[in-house]
Write a protein that binds this ligand. Structure first.
Ligand code: DGY
Length: 318
């Protein structure tokens, strides 16, 4: 008998077809954003859940899951939306989808740094309103080429950002929980702590996961270590940044510009970010290419398939 999977969000057609060929599935054709209670109710008679980054699956929600639920396959590389300990306590496996979104997210990290440093938002507004004329000092940005780039979090995505940034002639510095081996480092300079990294970072790319250790790590104290007029990009998670401290740094010009794709309490955006000019905003589209979204959902499906075959899923995180 086919296992039954509750899919919290509408997937691309090909992904839903693949799932249907393997499992009995409950889909979400209207792509409603379910409340935790709706996920609990909807998955009552299911064996597994295919969740998305928009589903907050906290300890309370997990405690109310039907005992039939054995796996949550999160269709994302990040899994901060799931309480891993609570899942472990209920003996529920959790998987993610690494690798397949590395390139797409690294591309967006570069776009954030470029969009912010070259005033893409202001440029777009001026063009749209037809209120512009070429002049020597019109929308002067900060040039990214040949600067020092600090990367916070040198995992797969951080390393892919480094690779791209080298094409801009950038000198790569990084901080990570542990130092990488020479082969992975590819000449990047390791800093043992944030203070040392930030002091070097004319540009800073945030690419670390959100964990209890990294939440609000971009705070008033750490922002003060950055060189004046640096550029920051965040393609990781909104909760890594203390928004109040960032707004203050942007207003003072300590941070020249901030490019971000992720927010605290998405889809809400800190109201000050919407008012500031030195901001480049995107709506969490780091992994949003068709190829990547296909691969992410296929990977989540593969994890479900392996799990129910009695194999260890390739992307088990708990
Ligand atoms: C992830 O996979 O964590 C991304 O943020 C989803 O787009």
């Amino acid at each position: 008998m086919k296992k039954k999977i509750f899919v919290t969000r509408k997937l691309l057609k090909e992904n839903e077809e693949k799932l249907q060929s393997l499992f009995e599935v409950i889909l979400n054709p209207k792509d409603k954003i379910y409340s935790p209670n709706e996920i609990i109710e909807g998955s009552q008679k299911c064996d597994g859940i295919l969740s998305s980054v928009t589903d907050p699956i906290n300890a309370e929600t997990i405690s109310k899951f039907s005992s039939s639920i054995k796996i949550i396959a999160n269709g994302a590389v990040g899994y901060g939306n799931i309480d891993l300990q609570a899942a472990r306590d209920r003996n529920i496996a959790v998987t993610n989808t690494p690798d397949v979104l590395t390139d797409a997210t690294a591309d967006i990290s570069i776009l954030l740094l470029l969009g912010a440093s070259r005033k893409a938002h202001e440029g777009r507004l001026a063009a749209e309103k037809q209120q512009w004329i070429w002049s020597w000092d019109f929308l002067l940005g900060k040039q990214m080429s040949n600067r020092k780039l600090g990367i916070l979090g040198m995992g797969r995505i951080g390393r892919a950002v480094a690779k791209r940034a080298k094409g801009f002639g950038m000198e790569i510095h990084y901080h990570n929980r542990s130092r990488l081996n020479k082969e992975l480092e590819q000449g990047a300079v390791f800093h043992e702590n944030i203070e040392d990294l930030f002091k070097q970072s004319e540009f800073l790319s945030i690419n670390c996961p959100a964990t209890p250790e990294t939440v609000k790590i971009i705070n008033r104290k750490n922002l003060a270590y950055l060189p004046p007029k640096c550029v920051v990009g965040n393609a990781a998670r909104g909760d890594i940044v203390d928004d109040e401290a960032m707004v203050e740094a942007l207003k003072k010009g300590k941070v020249f510009a901030y490019g971000l794709d992720v927010y605290n309490g998405e889809p809400k955006i800190h109201p000050e970010y919407l008012k500031l000019k030195n901001i480049f905003l995107l709506p969490h589209i780091g992994s949003a290419t068709k190829r990547t979204r296909w691969d992410m959902a296929f990977r989540a499906t593969k994890n479900l398939e392996m799990f129910f075959k009695g194999e260890k899923p390739q992307d088990l995180v708990n």
